[in-house]
Design a protein around this ligand. Structure first.
Ligand SMILES: NC(=O)C1=CN([C@@H]2O[C@H](COP(=O)(O)OP(=O)(O)OC[C@H]3O[C@@H](n4cnc5c(N)ncnc54)[C@H](OP(=O)(O)O)[C@@H]3O)[C@@H](O)[C@H]2O)C=CC1
Ligand SMILES: CC(=O)N[C@@H](CCC(=O)OP(=O)(O)O)C(=O)O
Length: 333
């Protein structure tokens, strides 16, 4: 299945390019950067890690390329800033392409909430329902023109909480720490090596708060943190439980949700970021304590939180096992 990656010069884009290049069914035909780059160049020029293995040329995107693209590929993955996705996705859909969008442009159902979170209006692409693709909780029909891939923090938080919401009574509190690749490749002082130690940010204002609420169907308190490591997210979640809920109730609910899901691992001890970095896995540990469940969840933000989840959804879209091409350990950056 020929496909293309937009935003391939970025962190989640290059991970997508690598996963698709090594995939048994998808075949990477085109990799695009923004049009701000002046010339085509090998993607390996930006990421020497892939030299000699993935020899694709990174082409600056230009609308004149659209008709050739539409003739040559069926599926496109967008790893672009939210507004760029919002602008490009409708054009690609109109050209007959199936779009997996990693940005936040199409995730929120409520246009007002979207406007408040992203500060631009959500485009109306004339589709009734755009699937929000939390992969383990989504059924795709295989004819949707666009799938919205969840954000990295919402993936970690919702995978842990969704199986337990019938046992939760009260507001879950979510503390999550992300590595710096979560902020993307573009240079910025607040994400530069000497500036980052460990601190909360976006307290009570982060755009993933409404996304998590939408995903689990319940309000939450969410505090993201930036840590001085490259990749990975570790979330610690405290959720009050209905009186009498036991450890066994929680474990059964998690097992029921995930026993058929190869990319979610239920763990006997709290996971470390190193357990999942370079993988498509989500590791979850749960303990009932003082009327609460304490959940520790780890994912690689660039893989399960972005590129690998997009490929997982594309696998499902084309009726393949969800984990096709995703069970190895790797990661480009
Ligand atoms: N990083 C992460 O952990 C996660 C990211 N995401 C989402 O994935 C998307 C990409 O994020 P990330 O990889 O971090 O970003 P990066 O900043 O690393 O990369 C952004 C990419 O988009 C390209 N680009 C920028 N502006 C435009 C434009 N106007 N038109 C076309 N291409 C453009 C850039 O090209 P150029 O190099 O030429 O500037 C680059 O290839 C974002 O929507 C982000 O929210 C989702 C989950 C996790
Ligand atoms: C560490 C860091 O900066 N993380 C990003 C979130 C990661 C991400 O890309 O999520 P979206 O797809 O929703 O943008 C942030 O907090 O904005």
């Amino acid at each position: 299945m020929p496909c293309a990656v937009f935003g391939a010069s970025g962190y989640s884009g290059v991970e997508l390019a690598w996963l698709l290049h090594n995939h048994p069914f998808f075949s990477l035909k085109h990799a695009y950067s923004s049009s701000a780059r002046e010339e085509a160049e090998p993607l390996a020029g930006l990421y020497p890690q892939i030299a000699g293995q993935l020899d694709i040329i990174l082409q600056p995107w230009h609308p004149d390329l659209l008709s050739q693209l539409a003739q040559e590929v069926r599926v496109v993955f967008l790893a672009l800033p939210h507004e760029a996705s919002a602008e490009l996705a409708p054009i690609l859909i109109k050209a007959g392409l199936v779009v997996f969008d990693l940005s936040g442009a199409f995730r929120l159902r409520d246009p007002q909430q979207h406007l408040q979170a992203y500060a631009f209006e959500q485009p109306n692409i004339g589709v009734d329902a755009i699937p929000y693709g939390l992969a383990e909780w989504t059924v795709l029909q295989g004819h949707e023109p666009l799938v919205a891939v969840p954000g990295c923090y919402p993936t970690a938080a919702a995978l842990a909480l969704k199986p337990l919401m019938h046992l939760v009574q009260g507001t879950p509190l979510i503390n999550a720490v992300s590595g710096v690749s979560g902020a993307g490749r573009k240079a910025a002082a607040h994400t530069s090596f000497c500036e980052v130690s460990l601190a909360a940010y976006g307290v009570a204002t982060h755009r993933h708060q409404p996304e998590i609420c939408q995903s689990i169907g319940h309000p939450v308190i969410f505090v993201p943190h930036l840590g001085n490591f490259k990749r990975g997210i570790l979330a610690t979640i405290y959720a009050p439980l209905e009186a009498g809920t036991t450890q066994q109730d929680v474990e059964l609910a998690l097992q029921r949700a995930y026993r058929e899901q190869p990319l979610v691992r239920l763990c006997h001890k709290p996971p470390a970021i190193n357990d999942v970095v370079g993988t498509a896995f989500c590791d979850i540990h749960a303990v009932v304590h003082n009327g609460h469940v304490i959940l520790c969840v780890a994912i690689d933000n660039l893989l399960k939180g972005a590129a690998a989840q997009a490929v997982q959804l594309a696998n499902m879209y084309f009726d393949m096992p969800a984990s096709t091409g995703l069970t190895g350990r790797g990661g480009v950056i």
